[in-house]
Write a protein that binds this ligand. Structure first.
Ligand SMILES: [Zn+2]
Length: 254
């Protein structure tokens, strides 16, 4: 499997630092899998209808077509139709916006997130799901990965949803085995890498205010910190919004 790290969007709401949309494209020989989707073409074409001015202002959405997953996949020389599966950490507008650009893909999500997404919770944008994605819903599992619950997606070997609830009630990380190591994309379980070591950081209040259940969020963060502390050799962690976590510390095109 080849793993491409793609920045599929840009958010900037000062005084918060500018934020990336760190998606993954997994090239698994016979299929392509996208992890989160960033800001999509339809968001750029119809931002008010798809996201709405209050959310655009609050999160600082910026709209850049070359950053969309679909355009980056084309630039890498892949066929967009070959994206067979999408794994969503959760359904917030900056993660789900590109879904509609891949209408044929199966969309994997936790059962808890699916219930919230389709239940009209106000944090989600129904317009981003109006094309009726082909949902594949993953319920609770008794399997474990480094002590955390894991839900194998059944798409390729060693691709797992890792429940990290709290930011939303069904928010999950995604674990992928790459060679001898594992990658753990923690989604929005933290915003900035500094959160691995301290609660005293510039986005602490933001993380709390955006959490559907802040005590669950803190419990998930402690689990991640434990993996970071105890399994640093085996697991590489990164989140969705911190620019410094792209491989090689190359800041992607903004
Ligand atoms: Zn986010």
């Amino acid at each position: 499997m080849k793993v491409h790290h793609l920045n599929c969007g840009l958010l900037h709401a000062p005084p918060n630092p500018a934020a990336a949309c760190h998606c993954l494209l997994l090239d698994c020989d016979d299929r392509l899998i996208l992890v989160d989707t960033g800001i999509g073409l339809q968001d750029i074409a119809r931002p008010l209808e798809r996201i709405g001015q209050p959310a655009i202002d609050a999160a600082g959405f910026l709209f850049r077509e070359p950053l969309t997953a679909v355009r980056q996949i084309e630039r890498l020389g892949y066929r967009v139709e070959d994206v067979s599966d999408i794994v969503l950490t959760h359904g917030d507008p900056d993660h789900a916006g590109g879904l509609a650009d891949f209408p044929a893909a199966a969309v994997h999500v936790s059962a808890e997130e699916y219930t919230r997404l389709t239940g009209g919770h106000k944090r989600y944008s129904p317009a981003q799901f109006a094309h009726l994605p082909r949902w594949v819903v993953h319920p609770a599992s008794s399997q474990r990965w480094f002590g955390l619950e894991s839900r194998p997606l059944g798409v390729v070997a060693n691709l797992l949803l890792i429940p990290l609830f709290g930011h939303t009630l069904g928010h999950c990380g995604v674990a992928i085995q790459e060679g001898r190591r594992w990658l753990l994309h923690v989604g929005d379980a933290y915003y900035l890498r500094v959160e691995l070591s301290t609660d005293d950081h510039p986005v602490s209040a933001l993380a709390t205010s955006r959490a559907d259940d802040d005590s669950l969020r803190r419990a998930s963060l402690s689990r991640i910190r434990r993996v970071f502390r105890d399994h640093d050799e085996e697991v590489e962690l990164f989140g969705y919004h911190d620019f410094t976590e792209f491989p090689g510390a190359v800041v992607p095109e903004a």
